[in-house]
Design a protein around this ligand. Structure first.
Ligand code: KIV
Length: 285
């Protein structure tokens, strides 16, 4: 039996988003809608729902693989998931996270890893975390013709150095530093910056200070766009909760209930029923 994915309203007719479109959206005051995906099926669903940007986040290490942090993600993993996400995304712009240690060691390694991720996935850009310390790597990757998204505030790959999941930019000095880092990233060539876990006022200051769009997660409503981890907002990753997180569905509960019903019916002999057999039609569909 051949299985193909069909998504009602799948937006294959619409033009693929570009970095230019995302920057222009900020100029027009239009909010950017971003969400994570790790595979072709979910990518096709969120693409059909009309998101502007799909992030293949290294959060897959915790969300899919059960790790406590994102530190274990590898270039191979990000490449594999990036490749299958681009198969499902016909309209949204796809960004792949560069995993921990793939861009910090040297500029040459950063460019090689970013280039290989782009070559092997078909994605449009890479994202890397950090401020002043990654500006040289960002500049080198951008010079190689690879679009880069920055990531400031709480940067999960530095969770141990930051002392846990803590809100960043809380005092004047820290907020001013975030603004300076965002400006430095913009000068290095990023087309957008994720702002994670920071007070609304700090995110607003950063957003006003740069001409590239900011995309917030736990950074309040004044960013140029928002991003959420798909499995969190669908209620699939039930172990994760945060004040900023809104659950738009309860698919974890729905999955448990559906599978429990299936198990009950198999054990009772009520599934498959007559209508699930092939006595007369001979057609597997
Ligand atoms: O890895 C990820 O999913 C991310 C988002 C939380 C922005 O970086």
């Amino acid at each position: 039996m051949t299985r193909t994915m069909s998504v009602p309203g799948g937006g294959s007719e619409a033009r693929k988003r570009t970095t230019f479109d995302l920057v222009a959206m900020k100029a027009r005051g239009e909010k950017i809608v971003a969400i994570t995906a790790y595979d072709a099926l979910f990518a096709s669903l969120v693409d059909a729902a009309g998101v502007d940007l799909i992030l293949v986040g290294d959060s897959l290490a915790s969300v899919l693989c059960g790790e406590e942090t994102t530190l274990s993600a590898t270039v191979e993993q990000m490449t594999y998931h990036g490749r299958i996400v681009t198969r499902g995304a016909s309209r949204a712009f796809v960004v792949v996270d560069m995993p921990f240690l793939s861009y910090q060691v040297s500029r040459a390694e950063a460019v090689r890893n970013a280039g290989n991720i782009l070559k092997r996935t078909g994605a449009g850009a890479v994202k890397l975390e950090g401020g002043f310390e990654v500006v040289d790597a960002v500049r080198a990757i951008v010079r190689a013709g690879i679009p880069v998204m920055g990531h400031l505030g709480f940067t999960p790959q530095s969770v141990h150095a930051l002392g846990g999941h803590r809100i960043q930019g809380k005092d004047e000095e820290a907020a001013a530093r975030l603004v300076e880092e965002a400006i430095a990233l913009e000068e290095a060539g990023v087309f957008s910056i994720v702002l994670e876990l920071m007070p609304t006022a700090a995110a607003r200051r950063v957003t006003e200070a740069v001409s590239v769009p900011t995309v917030g997660i736990g950074a309040g409503p004044d960013c140029d766009g928002q991003v959420l981890v798909l499995h969190d907002m669908l209620g699939l990753n039930e172990g994760f909760s945060a004040r900023f997180l809104k659950r738009y569905a309860e698919l974890g509960k729905a999955t448990r209930e559906a599978v429990a019903r299936y198990a009950e019916e198999v054990r009772a002999g009520s599934y498959p029923a007559d209508e699930h057999g092939y006595e007369s039609s001979g057609d597997a569909g």
